[in-house]
Design a protein around this ligand. Sequence first.
Ligand code: NAD
Length: 275
Amino acid sequence: TTIPAKKLENGVEMPYLGLGVYKMTDREEAIQAMTEALKVGYRAIDTAALYGNETEVGEAIRSSNIPREELFVTTKVWNTDQGYDQTLKAFETSLKKLGLDYIDLYLTHWPVKEKFVDTYRAIERLYDEKLIRVTGVSNHHQHHLEKIFVKANVKPMVNQIELHPYLSQKPLLNFCSENNIAVTAWGPLGRGKILEDETISDLAGKYNKTAAQIILRWHYQNDVITIPKSVTTSRIQENMNIFDFELSQEDVRAIDDLNKDFRTGQDPDNFHFDF
Ligand code: NAD
């Protein structure tokens, strides 16, 4: 299977599905999961300085022998490293740990008050210097993005936000779409907490797919990029097998209707800085 890609605002293509590697802190387990994913067809990996596994991401990439230009690597600047100069420094550290010449997508991890605009300006500079191919942010509400628009020459091309059937984020999705900002869902499976939902289970039966596949397909049909996390070989494979069936419009809407504004993580307007 080839994973389809979304064309971003500047023409760069980002795979609709990648491997999230949060909490993959065991070195062997992380390398094994990433290697498995690359073997079965994943081309995108979503890491962060916070996750402590950028070195392992680099190793898995190099030993896969997949040409660099076929891969899409995302990492993020952590909250304690924000601000213009500090972000440039944090980027260098990430680049070194990954052992790469450039990173595909670099994100502000959370909008740290008083700092996130300068952090984004540094990301913009990295883009001008061609050290990254795509600019972006994470956990930014509309009002954060609007503050960035005032100061930026290049709008963020991606916003990575918590998004799943219990937190459908429609207003923010619409705002991003109007501004040509692609949306990536983190916690796309609600961190595993939505897999037992009755509507989802019923649809799984109807389409002869798993609950995880129904949810990931729903994201895709809503034009949302996903980065599900798993270290289990069978699940890594299962999660990418969503491009051979289609949910009816009615069923997409039935999943849209499950929204209850339920966050598994923190609200970007009120988050603890250093968790
Ligand atoms: P997720 O929704 O991807 O859920 C992951 C959990 O679901 C796993 O622990 C696994 O137990 C289970 N799971 C995965 N596939 C399954 C399957 N097929 N069947 C049954 N269970 C399955 O949650 P996540 O890991 O929090 O999010 C994914 C990625 O998003 C992270 O790895 C990370 O890269 C990113 N992320 C970003 C932020 C941010 O602030 N930007 C925050 C959290 C996560």
